[in-house]
Design a protein around this ligand. Structure first.
Ligand code: GLU
Length: 509
C-alpha cells in the first residue's frame, strides 16, 4: 500500500496502559504516514522485563483500534521487517553489541552495583563536575579497557555478570537536527557511557531502538519530548554503527501539560479533576485500581482524535473540527510547536458535544441502547431515536443522554423539592386536575395540540401559561429540566401523561 519511502513507527513499551500522550504520538505518526502514502509500523519495545505489565500490550492494541489508527506492519499485521516484538529480536542486538566491542566503540564492564555506588560517592566527595561513567572515570573501573584481554575472557568464560557500555568519545561537539526544535547541540563530555546491553542478556532501550529503527528502515522518528535527552546518544550510536549517513529525521513532540499548565499531565491530575487520561478503562493487575477511559466515559473516538490532534498541532486557522481523513489532509509536522500544550477538559467535552450533534438520531440511539439495556429498559429503536433527537443539544458525553432523558423511560421517582416549593401552589392540583380532563379529550395527542390546549385553558382561567406548564413539567419529569414539555407529553403518550399527572397530584398534594 505504501507509495513512498516514508516509514514511521509507534514503539510503545508494554509497561502499563497507554496514556493519552502516547495515543497522540501514535496519531501524529499515523497522520504523517497516511499523508505521504507511507508505512505505519507498530513495534513493541518489551526488553525491560522488570517493568513488563500483564495485559498492557493488548490494551495498547485495543485502544489504538478504538481510535481507528490501523497499522501497515506490526505484531499482528506482519511485514518484511519482523519480528515486531523486541523480545523476539534478542540475537540481533547481541550481534550489534558484540560488533561494537570488536570495533572499539563499546566495551565490557564488570563493575558490581557496590563498585558503581562507590564511584559515584567518590566523585561526589571530590565535588567533581562529572559524576558518571565516562572517558574521565572509566579508567578507574573494571572493564575491558582497563583489564587485560586474558582477564576479560576469563571472567566472561566463568560466567561473571557483565554489561556492554557505549564508549562515548571525549570532547566532541555534536549538533543534531530536530524537525520541531531545530538544532540540538551538546558536548559529549556531558554524556555518559550508557549501558547498551544488560547482564540479563537483553539490550537496553537505546541500543534496541536504534538498531530497530535502522533495520526497519524508519525514515522519521516522531516521539515524545521525554526522549529528547536521548537524542545525542542515539546520534552517536548511529555514527558508531556506521549508519551516520542513513539517520532518520527526528521530531520530538511537545509535552501535554495538566490543565493548570504546571507540569506534565499525569493520571493523578485526571483523578483530582475528574477526567480520563487513558483512552480506555484500565485496571492495574497488581493493585486492582481502576482508571477511567475516554471510551467508557462517553467520548466518541472521532472526538478523542480531534482533541489529541490539537495538543501540539495547530493548522493556523480558526477551524477546530477535523475528522481523521481531514486531519490526514491538513496535518503538517512543521505546524507542531515545541511549547507544552495545556489540556483543557472542558474543551475536550466541547469537542465531543460537536461530534455528538453531528451524529444522526439513529446512530446516537445505537450508542445509547446498550446503556438502556444495562438498566433493564426495553424501548424501540424508533422511540430511542426520537428521544436522542430531543435531548442531544444538551448532551456532552454519551452517558449524559440518560441524565437528560430518563423520564422518557420511567416515571419520576421523586420530585425536586426546590422546584415544588417554588412552582407548586395550593391551587395547582386543582388546575392540573382540570387540565387533565381537557387532555383526556385530545385526539390526536400531539405537541402542538397539547400546547394549544394549555394555552386555551390558561386564557380561560386568566392565568399565565407558566402556572400550568411548570407543574406539568414537574409531573412528567420530576424537576424543571428537559426539552419542550408538550413534546415530552406527546412522546409519553396520552395514557402515561395522564397517569403521571395523577401520580403527581397524589404524591405532592
Ligand atoms: N519504547 C519507547 C516508549 O515507550 C519508545 C520511544 C521512542 O519512540 O523512541 O515510549
Amino acid at each position: 500500500m505504501a507509495q513512498s519511502d516514508v516509514r514511521v513507527r509507534f514503539a510503545p513499551s508494554p509497561t502499563g496502559p497507554l496514556h493519552m500522550g502516547g495515543v497522540r504520538t501514535a496519531l501524529f505518526n499515523f497522520l504523517f504516514a497516511r499523508k505521504y502514502g507511507g508505512t505505519f509500523v507498530l513495534r513493541i519495545e518489551d526488553t525491560d522485563q522488570t517493568r513488563y505489565v500483564e495485559g498492557a500490550e493488548q490494551y495498547i492494541m485495543d485502544s489504538l483500534q478504538w481510535c481507528g489508527l490501523g497499522f501497515d506492519e506490526g505484531v499482528y499485521e506482519g511485514g518484511d521487517y519482523g519480528p515486531y516484538r523486541q523480545s523476539e529480536r534478542q540475537k540481533l542486538y547481541r550481534q550489534y553489541a558484540e560488533k561494537m566491542v570488536r570495533e572499539g566503540t563499546a566495551y565490557y564492564a564488570f563493575d558490581t552495583s557496590q563498585e558503581l555506588d562507590a564511584m559515584r560517592k567518590r566523585l561526589k566527595e571530590q565535588k567533581s563536575d562529572i559524576q558518571h561513567y565516562n572517558a574521565v572515570t572509566r579508567g578507574a573501573m573494571k572493564n575491558s579497557l582497563t583489564l587485560d584481554e586474558e582477564e576479560v575472557n576469563r571472567r566472561i568464560n566463568e560466567g561473571a555478570p557483565y554489561v556492554i557500555r557505549f564508549k562515548m568519545p571525549e570532547e566532541q561537539h555534536i549538533t543534531v537536527n530536530d524537525r520541531i526544535r531545530g538544532e540540538v547541540e551538546v558536548n559529549t563530555n556531558q554524556l555518559d557511557d550508557k549501558v547498551l546491553f544488560k547482564s540479563d542478556g537483553l539490550p537496553t532501550y537505546h541500543l534496541a531502538n536504534v538498531v530497530d529503527d535502522h533495520e526497519m528502515k524508519i525514515s522519521h522518528v516522531i516521539r515524545g519530548e521525554e526522549w529528547l535527552p536521548s537524542l545525542p546518544l542515539h546520534f552517536m550510536l548511529y555514527e558508531a554503527l556506521g549508519w551516520g549517513n542513513e539517520m532518520p529525521e527526528f521530531a520530538h513532540l511537545p509535552l501535554i501539560l495538566n490543565p493548570d499548565g504546571k507540569g506534565k499531565l499525569s493520571k493523578r491530575d485526571g483523578q483530582k479533576k475528574g477526567f480520563p487520561v487513558f483512552p480506555m478503562q484500565w485496571t492495574d493487575p497488581e493493585s486492582g485500581e481502576t482508571f477511567p477511559g475516554y471510551k467508557e466515559s462517553g467520548y466518541l473516538p472521532e472526538a478523542f482524535i480531534n482533541i489529541l490532534a490539537f495538543l501540539g498541532w495547530n493548522p493556523g486557522t480558526e477551524r477546530e473540527l477535523y475528522t481523521l481523513d481531514q486531519l490526514i489532509e491538513a496535518f503538517d509536522l512543521d505546524q507542531v510547536g515545541k511549547a507544552g500544550s495545556k489540556f483543557d477538559p472542558d474543551k475536550a467535552k466541547w469537542f465531543n458535544h460537536q461530534y455528538l450533534m453531528e451524529k444522526s438520531d439513529n446512530d446516537l440511539a445505537e450508542l445509547f441502547m446498550p446503556v438502556l439495556r444495562e438498566k433493564g429498559i426495553e424501548a424501540s429503536r424508533e422511540y430511542v431515536s426520537q428521544v436522542c433527537h430531543l435531548v442531544k443539544e444538551r448532551v456532552y458525553l454519551i452517558g449524559e443522554i440518560w441524565e437528560q432523558s430518563y423520564f422518557f423511560f420511567q416515571p419520576p421517582r421523586e420530585y425536586d423539592s426546590k422546584m415544588v416549593k417554588k412552582k407548586w401552589k395550593a391551587h395547582t392540583p386543582g388546575l392540573l386536575g382540570e387540565l387533565k380532563d381537557h387532555l383526556t379529550q385530545l385526539e390526536p395527542f400531539e405537541a402542538e395540540a397539547i400546547k394549544q390546549t394549555v394555552q386555551e385553558f390558561t386564557q380561560e382561567k386568566e392565568i399565565g401559561m407558566g402556572q400550568v406548564m411548570l407543574p406539568l413539567r414537574i409531573s412528567l419529569v420530576g424537576t424543571g429540566m428537559g426539552p419542550d414539555v408538550a413534546q415530552i407529553a406527546e412522546m409519553l403518550g396520552k395514557q402515561e401523561t395522564i397517569r403521571r399527572v395523577e401520580q403527581a397530584i397524589r404524591n405532592i398534594g
